[in-house]
Design a protein around this ligand. Structure first.
Ligand code: GDP
Length: 233
């Protein structure tokens, strides 16, 4: 069948039509060429600040690494860990030429020494303040825990600087449908106007396609589920 489909323009056109019919909503961007670029623990190590990138942020153990792997459909692109607060590196991934996904180290780790927290502040704060190619943030929030003050602080920062935020309410498989919908409604009710939210699970894969569309929208400087240029005010 494959050799027949590839045997001529008409046949491959038919195959394309068939594939489109199987995926009626859109052709999902699966980032087939995604690759790890580099890890940085100081600003001079960051890659060139051009093109567009989206940073993934969240509390330690929120499911950030699992979300990156699910969105990029790679088993272990980002390393998942059961030891919160250990990663103090910013990891850059290339999704496509001039399109990057940036894994920020998690925050909210209670038991780490002050110098580790200071380093986090300098590294992540410096990144957020200086990065021109940063189009928006994917904020990973454990759906069972909801937003905390660190999450709100980051969203406030992004709003003031005109960066969009899309919240992935992670681990939704741990909640009943009703509980999950309640959390989603509650989180949405307190988002700034330029922010959006959805349910997500790296285990059940709920919301993976929606999350990919949101990532694409942020990279294109559009509001997920909406349209328009960079947020203002
Ligand atoms: P990170 O520290 O924010 O990068 O979080 P990880 O991705 O390492 O996940 C933290 C823990 O939550 C790990 O034990 C994961 O297996 C678990 N986890 C992550 N995502 C999900 C999910 O969607 N569903 C469930 N049930 N567990 C998850």
């Amino acid at each position: 069948m494959w050799s027949r489909a590839h045997s001529g323009a008409r046949a491959s056109g038919e195959l394309y039509t068939t594939l489109k019919q199987l995926s009626p909503t859109r052709t999902v961007s699966a980032y087939p060429a995604v690759r790890f670029l580099l890890s940085a623990n100081h600003a001079p190590q960051f890659p060139a600040d051009d093109g567009a990138e989206v940073a993934v942020a969240g509390r330690s153990n929120s499911g950030k690494s699992s979300a990156i792997n699910a969105l990029t459909q790679r088993r272990s692109l980002a390393r998942t860990s059961k030891t919160p607060g250990q990663t103090q590196l910013i990891n850059f991934f290339e999704l496509a030429p001039d399109r990057r996904l940036v894994d920020l180290p998690g925050y909210g780790f209670a038991k780490v020494p002050a110098h580790v927290r200071d380093h986090w502040q300098e590294l992540v704060g410096g990144y957020l303040e200086m990065r021109n190619s940063l189009m928006g943030l994917l904020l990973i929030v454990d759906a069972r825990r909801g937003l905390n003050d660190d999450d709100r602080g980051l969203m406030g920062w992004a709003n003031v600087r005109g960066r969009r935020v899309h919240v992935l309410l992670s681990k939704s498989d741990k909640l009943s449908r009703q509980q999950a919908q309640r959390v989603l409604a509650s989180v949405r009710s307190e988002l700034p106007t330029q922010a959006s939210a959805q349910l997500f699970s790296a285990v059940s894969k709920e919301g993976v396609e929606e999350g990919q569309r949101a990532l694409d929208a942020l990279l294109a400087n559009k509001k997920p589920g909406g349209s328009g240029g960079r947020a203002t005010g």
